[in-house]
Design a protein. Sequence first.
Length: 197
Amino acid sequence: MVRGKLKVVIGGVRSGKSAYAERFLIEEVQRDGGRLVYIASGTATDSEMQERIDRHRLERVTTDWTTIEQPMKLEEVLPAIRQGDAVLWDCVTTWLANELYAGWDFGTPCIGDPDCMEQKEVRLFETIESLLTEAAHLVIVSNEVLDELPSMYAETRIYCEWLGRIHRKLVSIADTAIEMDCGIALYWKNGGKEVAE
């Protein structure tokens, strides 16, 4: 069985990364066929986030996306993925926040357990490999939040350390790695090879 292609798209807030990822997969499906699948990890924690989620849903109405709301436990999407699907996962940063604070309501957040996130990271990359055995294309979107000065808050530093670690691993296994900047796709890795500056 041929492994699907993995594309990682990372960029700042409102950089155009989601729109780019959507356009790419729509073009792939128009050319090669398959089903468009959108895995959404965002949760409406406030009115601004609810507006963003609603806007993204409206944007997908005109295209035939199958949407799976999956804020945590990405592995639970596996039974819904079919051979040849074009899958977009948006995004790593919201998934990570959700997973790090899982258990908060019970006073046992993952962020406070040294082994918790390590186990979730292993499951994450096993899930990605499983997705690639079914999906023809998997595009993973994430936010770049590491360009800022280190935070004075320990939990924010832990979040950033995990995000950086996950980004590095994703790019290392990706066929293509793109940084979005002002709506422009900058290729850092293409076809599994690093791109010279």
